[in-house]
Design a protein. Structure first.
Length: 45
């Protein structure tokens, strides 16, 4: 049973890392979209 608990802990840590990475990427994409919009507005003037 000890091996199962270790495996489960590693699995949960891996998913946590994946979701944190996904959140970081999503925030970066949002910032890029905002910057692209600002550039478009600047060029349109």
């Amino acid at each position: 049973m000890k091996n199962f608990e270790s495996l489960l802990a590693a699995y949960l840590v891996a998913w946590a890392v994946f979701f944190l990475f996904e959140i970081r990427i999503a925030r970066g994409m949002a910032r890029l979209r905002e910057e692209v919009e600002r550039i478009r507005e600047t060029l349109a003037k």
